[in-house]
Write a protein that binds this ligand. Sequence first.
Ligand code: NAD
Length: 477
Amino acid sequence: MMKDFIPHIIDGKEQESRDGARFDTVDPWTRQPWSEVALGGAEEAGEAVGAARDAFDKGPWPRMGFAERGAVLHRLADLIDAHRDELAMADTTDMGKPIADSTAKDVPRSAMNFRFFADHARMSAGEALPMDSGHHTYTRFEPAGVVTAIAPWNFPLMLETWKIAPALAWGNTVVLKPAEDTPASATILARLALEAGMPPGVLNVVHGYGPDSAGEALTQDPRVDRITFTGESGTGRIIGRAAAGNLTPVSLELGGKGANLVFADADLDLAVDWSVKAIFSNAGQVCLAGSRLFVQREVYDEFLRRFCAAAEELVIGDPKSPLTQLGPLASKTHYDKVRSYIETVEADGGTVALGGLGDGWTVRPTVVTGAPASARVAQEEIFGPVVVVTPFDTEEEAVAAANGTPFGLNAMVFTENLSRAHRVSAALRAGTVWTNCFFVRDLRAPFGGFGDSGIGREGGTFSREFFTEPKAVTMAI
Ligand code: NAD
């Protein structure tokens, strides 16, 4: 059962802040606070880093074998599955994600993150290099130390575990700061980690805000060895500067403005279905959202008609209802931001062809046409259910348009022409390209962005490179 107070978990203990400070977390569907949360600051962040430091320097976690650590992580995955409904409801209540998605997608994927990285670390092999001189050099992957993980609110548990699982599997200790809008599932996760047998201090959770709060303190602490951050590109720049002060390696998974290219030779049923999912899932609050849709002119009218018809069928409503496909936006602040973008459309030369504001903090599936490439809605990350649809004539024009923002997280290509699929995938400046699909992930693959979408890659061996200090050992034999 959820409690009406969400504490920090530091060194294995559930805690208030020293001064008793709290803040409210708001259910965006009811628009009412539903729980109080411990409000951490520099003091609590420092205490959590101290606990993680001690657990790393003196505790058993980094010294265990991969199999023993992996067994704890597998137990944690099993506990996540066993607490699926509680975790799913925590995220849904905190940020309005449809419960069907939290239950069937976010929570199972969070369990999978732990299973995958536990097994990946255990099965990982280092290179051995027999040298001409007769020496042998081999690679060891030493845990980096204390990891600060700072997460956004759009996939709370799923993105937190995407960071924590590899960090822990490689023997690090962690301080997690969830987003202030979505604190609940992180505290449940840390409780479950203790229940799974994780030693105290290995996974700490501190709640609070970013600037002048727990988040900022966690990025400035010189006792931290790695910072992994997912959030806005602007915040990434601030965190990058803080990390530079201590020469702390930083992994930045930032914003996106995904291009979705539909060629005339595409399977239109497939393209419509994926394009609707790509922009309206999670109410468009997805870094990977296909928020710029480019459609070849021959099929533009037909595609748009079918796309709008499918978008209009989406069920908007109470995210706690299993039938809901589109809930409210995550917070009043975020709703105001998305609304302000919709209000710029006409002044920037575009038309709202479908959708607009809904009841409460909901936004209906919104389709913008006629917007020039320079319009704010076509350039900036809106992070809502708003898509800008533009026709194109040639492949070159489509690729240039897709590459025409400072972001480069992902892109989608719909075509039945195999050569075009490979050619366009190669030409797109994006960290992930999905051809004739969307959101399909292999956790071994690199994940990250070009340009303003981030620095570094996570996933499989890419997470290993970030969360370890690779060491060369050379032996005369
Ligand atoms: P945000 O940048 O506002 O906040 C993210 C986290 O950073 C929160 O926990 C916040 O408290 C913290 N924070 C804010 N300022 C900070 C500071 N100065 N120092 C330390 N911590 C600070 O982002 P958000 O609104 O929570 O999330 C939405 C953004 O995340 C979008 O831009 C989206 O594209 C991006 N995102 C990217 C990916 C990816 O994998 N590339 C995935 C999901 C979301």
